[in-house]
Ligand binder design. Structure first.
Ligand code: SF4
Ligand code: SF4
Length: 738
């Protein structure tokens, strides 16, 4: 990966009493080292990618501590890595994006939870719930409950996050149970500071290897018949131990009401991760100040599973009403508290989903609505609740099937006119995946519509305008598997789109092997851009060799030579073509061949083109250096000739490049605006290629910007200018006058 985390790595080295300044997810990396972690692994994904990225680049320093770091090939392998903590007093941490990653890791999670752990095991998940998430309506909470692993949800400030990481390891060891820490996007990116401690050397590490492996203990296996005993242990020993630890260490926090207006008849119980939003809502309602001093007592649950019954009962006792602020559905916490109150015969009236929105992200505005419903008597004068309701409605995605965030916003009758305009995401300027969708669009113009199995990755932007391609998305690397049942009843072969990240994560096994095993058909289009780009351009096993060498680190001589092509050949794929993405005409021809080829069997097209974001990161510093040294550097740009462009904009509809925009025509006879290429153009050439492949128009021109031109460059430019002046004297005169 080209992004450098040099400064972040320096933060990891801070010692006793230093000050760490940065964001939440980086604070976690430092807290892992405070805790004496022996090994770290994971699979990248928003919003926790930085944890692993920093650790991977910090390998040389971590080697000196004896901390082993592994970039796992998917979440299942990351979770399985925690097996080291079953038998040994080794603390381990892994990370991934939830809920999608937890789905992948579910099998290993069950079998880790069953025997339990000796060393502390921590799973840091990016709780990607709410607007912008890929599976917006699911939470990790259900997984924690079904596997009986503890779920911590710290208040989003750096001190609390760091303290909770360390307490999570202790909690894990005190109850022999893995712990999941869920961090929402806001918690990962919250900025702050904390006093650091010296990094602790792990008890068991690569620097202090054990003389012998652990002895054979059958009850350390998730295997019958000991699993029956393990179930009993979970609820009769481990859970009570966890509850006692949570109480003893005061992990959940009680914020008493303060000031002259302090209330004792009501209270609020909130998930730790939502605490900041709650306090802001209370502040807007005139019930708290910016420092969190509140008129309403708050029980902040930094551990949301398991709850501690006596703590809940104690908080509710003597209060007439309590509001539970819990994001998402079902309302697990609220239901459990209702049961606890009933069992304790407490008459406190419980509120939650009856006053807060039933599901969706709990923004400050949505919590404010609930708080005002809960405490109408305290509503602050001048509070614009109508505005809060409008904003909350826009972020609550209880949308009917088929509508999207931006169309939902628009459907709110312009309620968001004072907010940002709806704007779907799209590929980067010059992305190599865009031409493939242009080619697919042109092929479908010629041959008719195709069923398209879409996938997770940057190529999912192909489902948006102007391409609008994709009939289903079933998961990362699942596109080929998702067309298995569709293919037999289609007249034209369906096409599955998959990235190289998805291919190695799951697609090779779930898609290709399954297709071959069943003698399947269909077309698999693999976007070979060299990285798992969507999560931050991390390396995959088939990344360019120099990247992999760096990732393997100085202590490893073994970097992989795997390629997608050799792997597919090895599995027995017979029909395979590699096409350069930007050659739209070639891509169209190859796709048509794959769709019409007579023989049955999987047809694989490898669309080759390096991620443009990564390419630009790579070549820009190189070019800047060359220019500084006085060397000749040529950059390509494309443009549109105003006088030729007819203003029909089919180039924009076919390429969708954000650099391709419109401007007013200087010609008074042309009423429509003309196409225009702005300065962000990276010169990929797609717009010109598309115009050519679709036989659109000849208005595109290619130009070269030459830094430090040679004598020949100057001579040829002089000749060109001479002929231009000769052939277009009026234009030259106008230009000179301007
Ligand atoms: S990150 Fe790379 S692959 Fe993803 S949209 Fe940008 S250029 Fe394309
Ligand atoms: S050449 Fe065309 S498609 Fe490529 S970046 Fe420039 S404007 Fe966009």
């Amino acid at each position: 990966m080209e992004v450098s985390f040099k400064e972040e790595i320096e933060l990891l080295k801070l010692g006793e009493g230093d000050t760490f300044r940065g964001e939440g997810i980086l604070a976690v990396t430092k807290a892992l080292l405070h805790s004496g972690v022996s090994y770290v692994g994971g699979y990248q994904g928003a919003p926790v990618s930085h944890l692993l990225d920093v650790m991977v680049q910090a390998r040389p320093y971590l080697d000196t501590l004896g901390v082993h770091v592994e970039a796992c090939t998917n979440e299942a392998s990351a979770c399985a890595m925690l097996a080291a903590s079953i038998n040994y007093p080794a603390r381990g941490a892994v990370t991934w994006k939830s809920i999608v990653g937890t789905n992948v890791a579910a099998d290993a999670l069950s079998n880790l939870a069953s025997p339990g752990v000796t060393g502390g095991a921590l799973i840091v998940v990016g709780e990607d719930y709410g607007e912008g998430a890929s599976v917006i309506q699911e939470r990790t909470h259900a997984y924690a409950m079904k596997s009986s692993v503890w779920l911590v949800d710290p208040r989003p400030n750096l001190e609390t996050i760091v303290r909770t990481v360390e307490q999570s390891f202790e909690l894990s060891e005190a109850s022999n149970t893995p712990v999941i820490m869920e961090l929402r996007i806001r918690a990962c990116h919250v900025q702050g500071e904390f006093k650091t401690r010296a990094n602790r050397e792990p008890v068991v590490s690569s620097r202090a290897p054990l003389a012998d492996p652990a002895g054979f203990q059958y009850d350390r296996l998730a295997h019958p018949p000991v699993t029956f005993g393990q179930e009993k242990l979970k609820f009769e020993v481990r859970m009570p131990a966890a509850r006692q630890f949570i109480l003893d260490r005061k992990i959940n926090e009680l914020f008493d009401a303060t000031g002259a207006q302090a209330r004792s008849d009501v209270g609020i119980i909130v998930q730790g991760g939502l605490y900041n939003n709650l306090v802001r809502a209370l502040q807007l309602a005139g019930l708290a100040d910016a420092f969190g001093d509140t008129q309403i007592p708050i029980l902040c649950l930094n551990v949301v599973y398991p709850l501690v019954p006596e703590q809940i009962s104690q908080f509710c006792a003597g209060k007439a009403r309590v509001l539970v602020v819990e994001e998402g559905q079902p309302e697990y916490i609220e239901q459990e508290i209702a049961t606890l109150l009933h069992r304790s015969d407490l008459q406190t009236r419980l509120h939650g989903k009856d006053m807060l929105q039933s599901a969706g992200e709990y923004t400050t505005e949505s919590i404010l609505k609930g708080v005002v419903a809960f405490l109408p008597e305290t509503s602050r004068a001048g509070l614009d609740l109508a505005q809060a309701a409008r904003t909350a409605a826009q972020t609550y995605l209880g949308t009917p099937h088929g509508t999207s965030t931006w169309s939902t916003n628009a459907a709110h009758g312009g309620a968001n006119t004072n907010l940002i305009s709806p704007r779907p995401p799209t590929f980067c300027v010059g992305c190599p995946e865009r031409p493939v969708f242009s080619a697919m669009k042109l092929v479908q113009n010629d041959m008719g519509k195709l069923h398209v199995g879409a996938d997770i990755g940057c190529h999912a932007f192909g489902t948006f305008e102007p391409f609008s391609q994709g009939n289903s998305i079933l998961g990362y690397g699942m596109s080929l598997a998702s067309i298995a049942g569709v293919t037999p009843f289609q007249q034209r072969r369906p096409v599955a789109i998959m990235g190289d990240g998805g291919f190695w994560h799951n697609g090779l096994l779930s898609g290709v092997s399954s297709n071959l095993l069943n003698g399947g058909d269909g077309v698999l289009m693999i976007m070979k851009n060299g990285y798992t780009s969507a999560t931050g351009t991390q390396d995959v096993v088939s990344s360019p060799e120099d990247m992999l060498k760096r990732m393997a680190g100085a202590n490893s001589a073994t970097h992989t030579q795997m390629t997608i092509e050799s792997t597919l050949t090895g599995t027995g794929v017979k029909w395979m073509r590699t096409v350069h993405n930007y050659r739209v005409g070639d891509m169209m021809k190859t796709l048509k061949e794959a769709l019409t080829s007579k023989g049955k069997g999987l047809k694989v097209i490898i669309a080759e083109g390096e991620c443009q974001l990564e390419r630009q990161r790579r070549i820009r510093p190189i070019n800047a250096e060359k220019i500084k040294r006085g060397e000749r550097v040529v950059r390509v740009r494309y443009g549109v000739d105003d006088s030729v462009c007819t203003g029909d904009h089919s180039c924009i509809r076919l390429s969708g490049c954000p650099s391709l925009t419109i401007k007013d025509s200087a010609d008074p006879l042309k009423v429509d605006p003309v196409a225009h290429v702005n300065n962000n153009c990276v010169g990929c050439g797609l717009c010109g290629e598309v115009s050519h492949a679709a036989t659109l128009c000849p208005s595109f021109y290619r130009t070269e910007i030459v830094n430090n031109p040679s004598g020949w460059d100057r001579f040829i430019t002089g000749v060109r200018q001479f002929f231009i002046r000769l052939l277009a004297p009026r234009a030259a005169a106008q230009k000179a006058a301007a």
